[in-house]
Design a protein around this ligand. Structure first.
Ligand SMILES: C[S@@+](CC[C@H](N)C(=O)[O-])C[C@H]1O[C@@H](n2cnc3c(N)ncnc32)[C@H](O)[C@@H]1O
Length: 761
C-alpha cells in the first residue's frame, strides 16, 4: 500500500524547515518506510525525529568515510559542493558536521530544543529566532564586508550573534588557530562572547599551506546590518601582533558549547552537560613557543565552570602525539578505577564524575573562602602549575572557576602573568598508580572496627603504598542471584542441640552438632582443632587419594565456563566439615563448639610482601597448631556470576580473590546454576583476601564449616593453622589451583611461594 501523499509531503515540509532538502529526504524516507513496514507512527513521532536522525546519520557516515579514507580533497569539495547548492543559507549551517549546532543552538527560554524535539517543526528558523529570549549564534559565508583578510573573495565570513536581551550589544571575538603539521588535530576558530566567555569553536579545513599561526580577530556589532532581531557584527579586526593569517579558510563545521547559551538557560530544567572540544593552542613561555594540546570539558549552563586537560607533547617526548578523545580517556580511567578501586557500580561513569566536579566547583565557589580548599592538598595556583607543566609534568587538569578563554598566545601570556587566581590547577602525579597514592583504608585498622581485634596495614618498603580499595565486611553477603536457604524451620532436631545448655564441650556426651565430625567435637576445650580431625584434613589436602576426590556428572564449574559443551569434571577434593552450634541450639555464644562464628581473635597484620606477591597477611603473635585464624569472607556469587565477573571485570586484574564452595558437590547430586556458589572477596571481603598461596606446605588449611544451614552448597570456609607459627610469619594456604588451567576462575599466576614443593615449575 502506497503511503499517503500528505504524510510524505508533511515529512518533506518538516525536514525542509530544518534545512534538509527534498532530494535528500526522499531516499531516506523510502528506506525508513521499509524498515518500519510503512508504520508512519514511528516516523511521525516527535515531528519526524527518526527521519531527521536518519538523514543526519547518513550524511555523517558519508563524511566520516571520506575522512577515514583521508581523501581530503574530496572532503573539501563536498564541503564546497554544499556551499554551491541551491539551498537557503541556513541549510549550510545544518550540514552533518553542524549537527550539534542545529540541535543545540536554538533553545527557547525553557531550555527546550526547537529543532530536535521541537514544538513546531514547521516554524522557519527566522521565526524561531524571533521568539522571545531565544538566542542563536550562527556562522555564515557572505560577501565581503570590509576585511583585511587575504582570502579568496568568494569565501568570507560574517559571524553574527543573535541574542535578545542583555548580551546583544557585546562584541564577539574569533580566535584562529592554525595547527602545525606536527599535530594532527584540526585547526580551529573560537568565537567567544567577550563578557560571558560563552564560546563556540569552529574547525577549519586544512589549507594547502598549513602554517603554525594564530591570530585574534574581533568582530564588532554593526547596527546598520541588524535586521529584526538579528544582531550583526562587522569586522573582522585583527588584533595587533596577531596578524599572521592562513592562506585560505574554509569553515567546514562548527561545534557549539552549551554555555554559549548564556546564563539565562534555566538551571533547574537543564542538567549540566559536558561538551568536549579538542584543540591545539600555542603558548609562549619564557620566549619559547610551546604547543599544548588541550581538551576542554565545559560543563555549565552559564559557562562558569570548565575542566581543562592540557598535554604538552614536547614534555611527553612523543613524536606521534595526539590528544585522545574524552571517550577514550574516560574508558581508560574507568578501567583503571575498576582495577585499582574495584568500583563495581554498573552506572559508574567518569563523565558523570566530571559533571559532579563542575557542579561541586560551582557550588563551592559561592561558599565563603575559609571552608574551601582546606582538605584539597594538590591544588596549587595557576602560575606555578602552568610553569611546571611547561617545564616537565606531562599532563594537568585545570579547574577554572571563571570562564577563562584562551585567546591566542598573547592572551595565554597575559593569563600567566596576571595569575588572576580565578583558575586553580590540580596536578596529579602520573607516575603513581591510582589507588596507591593515598590510603584507601584505615591503616590502623583495615577492618573499620568490624572485628574484635584491630588489623593494621604495614607498608614494609616504606614507599607509601597502600592496598587497593575494597569494602571490609566481617560476614559473607550474597551478591545478587546467590540463594542461601536460611530458615529456622529447615533446621531439624538432628541438626541442632536445642536441649543443650551452657558449653556443649563440657557435657559428658557430644551433642547432635558433633554428628558431622563422627560424634566427636572438632574443637578441644582450648579452642583448637582436635588433633585427629586436623591431621585427617591435612592428609586429605596434601596427599589426596583417589577416594578423596570426586567427579561430578554435570560439573557446575565446567558448565559455567561453557554451558553448551561443558568439559568433563576435573575433580573436586572431598573435605571434612565442622558443624558448629548455632542460634537454634540451647548452648550459649561462648560454647566451645562456636569458634568460627565468634570471629577473629588473633593479632594479624596486612603487609607488603617482598617477593612480589602483593599484599599478604601475617600473625603478630605465635600461634599454636590447630588455631582458628579467620574465615574467608566475600560476596556470595553463583558460579555463573563469578564466571561473568571474571571475564568482564577482573580480566586485567593482577590479583584475584574467588573461592569455589565445592566441598560437598559430591553428595548434592546435580547442582542447579543458582545452587553452585562461590565467594569473591574482590570488592567486599575481610582480611583473608590477603592470604597468599603456598604450594603443599602452607601453614594454614581451609576447612568447611556448617553453621546456619545444613545445605552444603553454602558453608563457611575457615582457616586453621597446620603447625605452630612464629610471630611475623606470613600466613599462607594452598589455593589448590592447577597452574596449567588458564580457564580456572582463580587466575593462574606465576607462583612465588618459595616452597620446595612448588607445583608451578
Ligand atoms: C587472594 S589474593 C592474595 C592477596 C594479594 N597478594 C593482594 O595483594 O591482594 C591472590 C593473589 O595474590 C597473588 N599471589 C598469591 N599467592 C601468590 C604466590 N605464591 N605467588 C605469586 N603471587 C601470589 C596472585 O596475584 C593472586 O591472584
Amino acid at each position: 500500500m502506497a503511503p499517503p501523499k500528505e504524510k510524505i509531503a508533511a515529512a518533506i515540509r518538516a525536514m525542509k524547515a530544518i534545512g534538509i532538502p527534498k532530494h535528500t529526504v526522499k531516499p531516506v524516507l523510502k528506506n525508513l518506510l521499509i524498515v518500519y513496514e510503512n508504520n508512519w507512527e514511528y516516523i511521525e513521532a516527535e515531528n519526524f525525529r527518526v527521519l531527521a536522525d536518519a538523514v543526519l546519520d547518513l550524511q555523517e557516515s558519508k563524511v566520516d568515510e571520506q575522512l577515514k579514507n583521508e581523501s581530503y580533497k574530496d572532503y573539501v569539495s563536498v564541503t564546497k559542493k554544499n556551499h554551491n547548492e541551491d539551498e537557503p543559507m541556513k541549510k549550510k549551517t545544518y550540514n552533518v558536521r553542524n549537527r550539534l549546532l542545529s540541535y543545540s543552538i536554538v533553545l527557547d527560554n525553557c531550555g527546550k530544543r526547537l529543532i530536535k524535539g521541537q514544538e513546531d517543526p514547521t516554524t522557519p528558523l527566522n521565526h524561531i529566532s524571533e521568539m522571545n529570549a531565544v538566542k542563536r549564534i550562527k556562522l555564515e559565508e557572505v560577501s565581503p564586508i570590509g576585511t583585511s583578510l587575504s582570502q579568496p573573495s568568494h569565501i568570507h565570513r560574517k559571524v553574527s550573534m543573535h541574542s535578545l536581551g542583555r548580551h546583544s550589544e557585546k562584541r564577539l571575538q574569533i580566535e584562529e588557530n592554525v595547527t602545525p603539521k606536527l599535530l594532527s588535530s584540526s585547526p580551529s576558530y573560537r568565537v567567544s562572547h567577550e563578557e560571558t566567555g560563552a564560546m563556540v569553536l569552529f574547525h577549519r579545513t586544512r589549507s594547502n599551506q598549513e602554517r603554525a599561526d594564530s591570530r585574534l580577530i574581533t568582530y564588532e556589532r554593526d547596527e546598520s546590518l541588524d535586521h529584526g532581531n538579528l544582531v550583526s557584527c562587522k569586522g573582522p579586526k585583527i588584533e595587533p601582533g596577531t596578524e599572521n593569517s592562513p592562506e585560505h579558510v574554509d569553515i567546514d563545521y562548527t561545534l557549539l558549547k552549551s554555555d554559549l547559551l548564556g546564563d539565562e538557560y534555566p538551571t533547574s530544567e537543564a542538567p549540566l552537560s559536558i561538551v568536549c572540544t579538542p584543540e591545539t593552542i600555542r603558548t609562549v613561555n619564557r620566549g619559547h613557543q610551546e604547543q599544548l594540546s588541550r581538551l576542554e570539558v565545559a560543563s555549565s549552563n552559564s559557562g562558569a565552570i570548565k575542566l581543562l586537560l592540557t598535554c604538552n607533547p614536547s614534555a611527553l617526548d612523543c613524536m606521534d602525539f595526539h590528544m585522545p578523545s574524552i571517550e577514550a580517556i574516560c574508558k581508560e580511567v574507568e578501567n583503571k578505577c575498576l582495577r585499582s578501586y574495584k568500583i563495581l557500580e554498573p552506572k559508574f561513569s567518569l563523565l558523570d564524575i566530571l559533571k559532579d566536579i563542575c557542579h561541586c566547583a560551582s557550588e563551592l565557589s559561592s561558599e565563603p573562602e575559609k571552608s574551601r580548599g582546606e582538605s584539597i592538598t594538590h591544588i596549587i595556583p595557576t602560575l606555578d602549575s602552568l610553569q611546571r607543566s611547561l617545564n616537565g609534568p606531562s599532563y594537568m587538569a585545570e579547574i577554572c572557576r571563571k570562564n577563562v578563554t584562551v585567546k591566542g598566545k598573547k592572551k595565554m601570556q597575559t593569563e600567566v602573568q596576571q595569575d588572576n587566581l580565578s583558575s586553580l590547577m590540580l596536578i596529579p602525579q602520573p607516575q603513581i598508580v591510582p589507588g596507591e597514592m593515598r590510603p584507601l583504608h584505615d591503616v590502623n585498622d583495615i577492618t573499620k572496627g568490624e572485628e574484635r581485634v584491630k588489623v593494621s596495614v604495614k607498608s614494609e618498603l616504606n614507599n607509601e603504598q597502600y592496598p587497593p580499595f575494597f569494602h571490609y565486611i566481617p560476614q559473607n553477603l550474597p551478591y545478587q542471584n546467590a540463594y542461601i536457604n536460611l530458615s529456622i524451620a529447615r533446621i531439624g532436631d538432628e541438626d541442632c542441640c536445642s536441649d543443650c545448655f551452657g558449653n556443649c564441650l563440657e557435657s559428658p556426651l557430644p551433642c547432635a552438632c558433633a554428628r558431622e565430625t563422627g560424634g566427636e567435637f572438632a574443637y578441644t576445650k582450648d579452642g583448637l582443632l582436635n588433633e585427629h580431625f586436623l591431621e585427617a584434613c591435612i592428609l586429605m589436602r596434601r596427599a589426596p587419594q583417589k577416594r578423596h576426590l570426586f567427579y561430578c556428572k554435570d560439573c557446575p564449574l565446567e558448565r559455567a565456563k561453557n554451558e553448551v559443551r561443558p568439559d568433563p569434571c576435573k575433580g573436586h577434593p572431598m573435605r571434612k566439615f565442622i558443624k558448629e552450634c548455632w542460634s537454634k541450639c540451647g548452648c550459649n555464644k561462648q560454647c566451645g563448639n562456636r569458634v568460627v562464628q565468634r570471629g577473629i581473635t588473633c593479632n594479624l597484620e596486612v603487609f607488603l610482601t617482598s617477593e612480589g606477591k602483593g599484599w599478604g597477611l601475617r600473625t603478630c603473635d605465635q600461634l599454636p597448631r590447630g588455631a582458628f585464624v579467620c574465615e574467608y569472607v566475600g560476596e556470595v556469587l553463583t558460579n555463573m556470576e563469578l564466571y561473568d565477573r571474571t571475564m568482564q571485570i577482573t580480566g586485567n586484574a593482577r590479583h584475584t580473590y574467588p573461592v569455589l564452595l565445592d566441598a560437598d558437590w559430591a553428595t548434592e547430586g546435580v547442582l542447579k546454576d543458582e545452587e553452585a556458589l562461590c565467594l569473591d572477596a574482590t570488592f567486599y571481603g575481610n582480611v583473608a583476601r590477603f592470604i597468599n598461596h603456598r604450594c603443599r606446605d602452607a601453614n594454614l588449611i581451609e576447612i568447611p564449616v556448617e553453621i546456619e544451614t545444613p545445605d552444603h552448597h553454602y558453608y563457611h570456609l575457615a582457616y586453621f593453622t597446620t603447625r605452630k607459627i612464629e610471630p611475623w610469619e606470613e600466613l599462607t594456604w594452598d589455593y589448590g589451583i592447577d597452574f596449567s588451567d588458564y580457564n580456572h576462575p582463580v587466575k593462574a599466576f606465576q607462583c612465588l611461594c618459595g616452597s620446595k614443593l612448588c607445583r608451578d615449575v
